[in-house]
Design a protein around this ligand. Structure first.
Ligand code: FAD
Length: 395
């Protein structure tokens, strides 16, 4: 791909950065990442407000075909992701805008697209993902939530878990079993959409150790969902899920968030003196920072490559797996390096002694999430081995 931006692209990218810089000024205190938007009502309202402002500019439908109200290109969407990541600004629903919309555009019927895309484009309807279950995470196809057809409805029963933002999301996309008598467990699964207010849906929080609320368990008891809400065909949900997973894993905004964190660290090393010398003159620190800079450049190049492949419909599943592993592990390394440099002060939150309000320790803890969510890194390595390198598949 050609990495040089056209004048028009450069101008638009700058506009994204300028607007996000403005939006960042209204950020609630302590707001960061996904936790920021889902944990508190204040953070959620800030997210919705940013969504409205982005929707007014037509930024929640970048790269969609014009017939569905879209504007711009998929590369424009990449530039927006860079800007939101860099300024840690919400507004783009990761489930609705980043994952579901491109999946619907590739796999859904016209009827579904016309019904569900407008409210994603306007930012009014926020989504959550109901895939994992207590006994089905890596082995997702082993899920046991059932959907039994009765007339023009399915009746869904089961339990989902680790459902990010399900206590805030208005609608869910879920993977359920519609057929049990199958020769491969990937068959007989169906991808379906439903309102989280449907009777029978119960959301219970799964709190962090610090009482932060991002995840949930979702119980589904006789939940009636119209058959017309199926995406793709009944029993073909695995294909839809695979399409969505490739959008889920190519996560450029997180890479730009790391760039910002890295800049903060560089600033700190330049400004902070130990025994009369700036930390930036310490050869060990310089060496570690230089390595992170190389890795960041590689991660960003990988993510651009994926965005380019997606825009040309040449996406390979293992490309997304590669960037997911590399960027996730880099995030831990970056924040570990920061904490080594900041020393014990880096672990203190909201004190005059804590540089950056303790954000580096928060980001370090958050970084491990990336190595598990969206399919663990062990599973991604397996995908690269068999789908990318042609090594024998492990059963
Ligand atoms: C922060 C976060 C957010 C999430 N958000 C959502 C969400 O919104 N919606 C949703 O549906 N799910 C969500 N999940 C669930 C996530 O997709 C699962 O946690 C993940 O797929 C792993 O499944 P598991 O937790 O059941 O672990 P398991 O599958 O039980 O795995 C346990 C360990 O065994 C390893 N392992 C398992 N099988 C193999 C194998 N074949 N080869 C090698 N190693 C293996 C794994 O890598 C892992 O280290 C989220 C998870 C996290 C951590």
């Amino acid at each position: 791909m050609n990495f040089k931006l056209t004048d028009e692209q450069a101008k638009l990218r700058q506009e994204f950065f300028d607007v996000c810089q403005e939006l960042a000024k209204n950020k609630p205190k302590g707001f960061t990442g996904l936790e920021g938007r889902y944990d508190t009502e204040e953070g959620w309202q800030y997210h919705l407000d940013c969504a409205r402002k982005m929707a007014q500019r037509g930024w929640l439908c970048l790269g969609w075909p014009k017939e569905y109200g879209g504007q711009g290109t998929r590369m424009d969407k990449v530039f927006l992701a860079e800007a939101t990541g860099y300024y840690d600004v919400p507004g783009v629903d990761v489930f609705g805008v980043d994952m579901l919309a491109p999946t619907l555009l590739e796999t859904a019927s016209d009827e579904i697209k016309r019904e569900f895309l407008p409210s994603i484009r306007s930012g009014e309807r926020q989504w959550c993902e109901l895939w994992s279950e207590p006994n089905a995470g890596s082995d997702l196809a082993g899920l046991t939530t059932t959907a039994v057809r009765k007339g023009d409805e399915y009746v869904i029963n089961g339990q989902k878990t680790w459902s990010t933002g399900a206590h805030r999301g208005h609608w869910a996309f879920a993977l359920v079993r519609t057929q049990t008598n199958v020769d491969r467990k990937q068959k007989g699964l169906t991808f379906i959409l439903f309102d989280m207010k449907t009777p029978g849906v119960t959301v219970k929080p799964l709190y962090y150790m610090n009482r932060g609320h991002l995840y949930n368990e979702v119980f589904l008891d006789d939940v009636h969902v119209p058959v017309k809400n199926v995406v793709g065909k009944e029993g073909d949900g695995w294909q839809v899920t695979q399409a969505l997973a490739s959008f889920e894993r190519s996560n450029l905004n997180s890479i730009m968030a790391m760039h910002k964190q890295f800049e903060m660290l560089i600033g700190y090393c330049n400004e902070t003196k130990v025994e009369g010398q700036p930390l930036a003159k310490n050869p060990i620190i310089r060496n570690r920072l230089a390595q992170i800079a190389c890795d960041l450049m590689a991660a960003r190049t990988l993510a651009y490559r994926i965005a380019d492949a997606q825009s040309k419909h040449q996406m390979l599943a293992f490309d997304a797996s590669a960037v997911k592993i590399f960027a996730g592990e880099l995030w831990s390394r970056l924040n570990m390096t920061a904490l080594d440099i900041l020393g014990v002060y880096g672990q203190v939150e909201l004190s005059k002694w804590s540089p950056f309000e303790g954000f580096f320790q928060t980001w370090y803890q958050q970084s491990f999430v990336w190595n598990i969510s969206m399919g663990t890194n062990e599973i991604q390595r397996n995908i690269i081995a068999w789908a990318g390198l042609g090594l024998p598949r492990m059963k």
